[in-house]
Write a protein that binds this ligand. Structure first.
Ligand SMILES: *Cc1c(COP(=O)(O)O)cnc(C)c1O
Length: 463
């Protein structure tokens, strides 16, 4: 399998080079040149396969022959052995909806599914190439700790993670700053997540700096993250479909950076019988406005109960846009250029109709989120975290009565205890991994949201 950039200047990379490049050197995002197809026989075979077996079957279709198959299988098994549930991402049925629990990894959010894999993948590729890497990433809360747990203590890697100071939950912050391995650096920036994401993009676009410091990307601009997330759409289908007998199912996805739901879109293009992808957002609803009205214009970031989705500029959106525009890099570059200056894109009726074939969307505000957690708890006894609640709300409202809906549970409720407390008047049960976290040593540096300052900090501490 070969990879190319959405912007058309990077044309022919191996899987390994695509993973190492992160953001494409022409400023675009990397995609496979073809999308492998999974036929109905293979889909049926997944029903009796374990999560790591399905993961190997799907991921190996995207790596190509230059990846030793036994090494890949071993790497995948090792990545999912850290999850505390034997099914890795179990599915549970609650009052008519299916909940796909993606939070059984070391940091209790779905980002572990991709980042446990990516950490091991980086380690493997750096060993093979005898190279080192400095990872620079921005987090709205969950990517940071998941990335840190993915690479902590690894020999050839230093990791620098920026989070918006004061805008992540207390547990999220502690999960990052209490990892005191020598190769881990936490930066609290005076700004928003979008500032952090901008700094990452600007730093990666300085190609000399990127080469000198062997920068690596852990944000969902890295293709390997999207790839690892495609797997659980197939996994969920293989477990839910036989139970329902319906050929097609809906997925509801709490969305911020468009990474997770884009993986669902890829799964659909590979042949997974998806009826609707339901894009659920909080008040930061640029993507919802895009789906419903063709209006992709940036507003101000507002703070909500689901901070990991407090994002306006969704970096993965460009990948979808590339397909929407008929895989035409020239038109895409035009749109991205005009967006860079105007911060707004408008889509006409024809394109919008195409979007609506794949997506539906709902905005769920604070009050509705709290109401959803409370109401769902009363009906089922099951405690939703605020991000998952946004998705379940949209799933319950928008899915067809005769089409089963799988709601992606993106975080464990214990990560967002305040919101849960507000909704049901009690704290969520705390998993053992959080025991005593407030008492552990922590390390973090406060810094201005300026690209040059972050670059200087990294340069002094790079591998
Ligand atoms: C990151 C995150 C999201 C949003 O996922 P995207 O891939 O950015 O759309 C939703 N919920 C939780 C808990 C997250 O950590």
């Amino acid at each position: 399998m070969r990879y190319m950039s959405t912007r058309g200047q990077v044309r022919d990379l191996s899987f390994k080079d695509a993973v190492m490049m992160g953001l494409a050197n022409d400023g675009g995002l990397l995609l496979p040149k073809q999308i492998p197809a999974i036929d109905t026989t293979q889909l049926a075979a997944y029903q009796t396969m374990s999560y790591p077996q399905i993961a190997f079957d799907i991921i190996s279709r995207f790596t190509g022959d230059d990846f030793d198959q036994n090494d890949l299988r071993e790497l995948i098994e090792r990545s999912y052995a850290t999850f505390d549930h034997p099914d890795v991402t179990p599915v549970t049925k609650q009052d008519g909806v299916y909940i796909l629990e993606l939070f059984h990894g070391p940091t209790l959010a779905f980002k572990d599914v991709a980042l446990q894999f990516l950490g091991n993948l980086f380690e493997y590729l750096l060993e093979e190439r005898n190279e080192k890497m400095n990872i620079l990433g921005a987090t709205s809360g969950d990517t940071g700790s998941a990335a840190i747990y993915g690479v902590r203590g690894k020999d050839r890697i230093n990791i620098f993670i920026m989070h918006p100071d004061g805008k992540v939950s207390p547990i999220q912050k502690l999960q990052m700053t209490t990892v005191t391995d020598e190769n881990v650096f936490n930066l609290a920036i005076r700004g928003t997540f979008d500032d952090g994401q901008r700094i990452v993009k600007e730093t990666f676009n300085d190609l000399d700096f990127k080469a000198n410091y062997s920068l690596g990307a852990v944000n969902s601009i890295n293709w390997a993250r999207v790839l690892a997330q495609i797997v659980y759409y197939f996994y969920a289908y293989s477990r839910v479909q036989p139970e329902t007998g319906c050929e097609k199912i809906d997925f509801s996805v709490p969305t911020g950076n468009f990474g997770d739901i884009f993986a669902g879109y890829m799964a659909k293009r590979m042949g997974l019988p998806v009826d609707k992808l339901i894009l659920a957002t909080n008040e930061n609803n640029i993507l919802s406005r895009f789906v419903l009205n063709g209006d992709y214009s940036v507003g101000d970031v507002v703070e909500t109960l689901s901070p990991s989705m407090d994002i306006q500029i969704a970096s993965n959106f460009e990948r979808y846009l590339y397909y929407l525009l008929g895989e035409d890099s020239e038109s895409l570059c035009g749109l991205m250029e005009s967006f860079a200056t105007s911060k707004s894109l408008q889509f006409d009726g024809q394109l919008q109709a195409k979007v609506r074939e794949d997506f539906d969307s709902l905005t769920v505000d604070k009050a509705a989120t709290v109401d959803q957690i409370r109401d769902f708890h009363q009906r089922t006894g099951y405690v939703l975290d605020p991000h998952t609640a946004v998705g379940v709300r949209a799933g319950e409202r928008l899915s067809d009565p005769d089409v089963p809906v799988v709601c992606l549970a993106t975080a464990h409720p214990a990560k967002f205890g305040d919101a849960v407390q507000q909704a049901i008047g009690q704290d969520p049960e705390r998993p053992a991994s959080l025991d005593g976290i407030e008492q552990r040593d922590s390390r973090c540096e406060l810094i201005d949201a300026e690209t040059e300052k972050v670059k200087a900090y990294l340069a002094q501490r790079a591998r």
